[in-house]
Write a protein that binds this ligand. Structure first.
Ligand code: AHG
Ligand code: MN
Ligand code: MN
Length: 297
């Protein structure tokens, strides 16, 4: 496929994401963070807004013939759309939805693949932040940096192309701290001792967007004693942001520890192969310097 054809297709997909973000934002404004009685494939109790956002996205993607299949955090299996389509889209319709009751920002996350859901097939990724305004970050193989669009009440306007400096100041880390490993605890403490500031809302979209906007720092969701494979899902959360951070000039790795030998292994996230659609992985996203620091024993 030529770059011109890829650019045309990605433009069409971005337009569908922009279109869907408007009714999703309206749903959020009318919602009080109510839960349903149902659980999703990961076992999370779904909010009404999770289900509504998923339905809006399914309908919006169905309109585009170039999409072969979609797969959502809220659905157990992938959904085939158009036989002649060439793109597969994996998405988290509403990320951080449990924060809605607290009136904090939430988001949507998209990984766009040419072919099947394998990280080396990623050609673009996007996120939507539903905050004071609707913001959309979009990265693709066709350009360096992350284009950040803001809805001005009428249309989406490109506000800035986000790039990461070699090193930043923010440190965002998740999971229950009493279940962190000694290694993770010591790395996080060293970052704070070196002057990093804690910024963690509990929604990965605003937390990672914050780092991108400030131009550097690190976000981590490590392996913990209660969740050795972490919490965040490869297809719906981790791969799209790994792609976005790499395109912004940073790095994204999985860190696993070998407790018997006291060694750690850091692997590029975009080289992991999921066995199942809902597999999770420990994950670290950041500027070059911070990722190098946490990747060393
Ligand atoms: P989701 O709402 O799609 O289930 O995802 C929530 C995720 C992510 O946004 C956030 O970084 C993480 O859960 C927070 O988890 P902890 O509260 O365990 O730190
Ligand atoms: Mn999520
Ligand atoms: Mn979600």
């Amino acid at each position: 496929m030529t770059n011109a054809n890829l650019a045309r297709d990605l433009e069409q997909i971005l337009i569908q994401i922009q279109k869907a973000s408007l009714p999703i934002y309206e749903t959020l404004k009318q919602s009080l963070g109510e839960y349903t009685q149902n659980t999703n494939a990961t076992g999370d109790t779904q909010l009404k807004a999770d289900v509504a956002a998923d339905e809006i996205l399914q309908t919006t993607f169905k309109d585009l013939k170039i999409i072969k299949q979609i797969c959502s955090e809220e659905q157990e299996h992938a959904i085939p759309l158009h036989k002649e389509g060439i793109y597969s889209i994996a998405y988290d319709p509403l990320d951080g939805s449990s924060l809605m009751g607290a009136n904090l920002s939430v988001g949507s996350i998209f990984g766009i693949y040419q072919g099947d859901f394998l990280p080396h097939n990623l050609v673009a990724s996007a996120y939507v932040v539903y905050g004071m305004v609707i913001g959309i970050g979009f990265a693709s193989l066709l350009q360096e940096g992350v284009d950040y669009f803001v809805h001005n009440g009428k249309e989406f306007q490109l506000q800035k192309t986000l790039k990461l400096s070699h090193k930043g100041k923010l440190n965002a880390t998740g999971g229950t701290q009493k279940n962190w490993s000694k290694f993770h605890k010591s790395k996080i403490e060293s970052l704070f001792n070196a002057g990093y500031r804690l910024r963690y809302s509990g929604g990965m979209v605003p937390d990672l967007h914050h780092i991108l906007v400030k131009g550097g720092g690190i976000f981590s969701y490590p392996s913990t004693s209660d969740a050795p494979q972490g919490k965040l899902r490869m297809l719906f959360e981790v791969f799209p942001f790994a792609f976005i951070f790499e395109r912004a000039g940073g790095n994204a790795v999985c860190i696993q520890e070998n407790p018997t030998q006291g060694e750690i292994e850091a692997k590029r996230l975009l080289e992991l192969i999921p066995k199942h659609l809902h597999d999770t992985t420990p994950c670290f996203f950041g500027s070059q310097e911070e990722i190098k620091f946490v990747s060393e024993s």
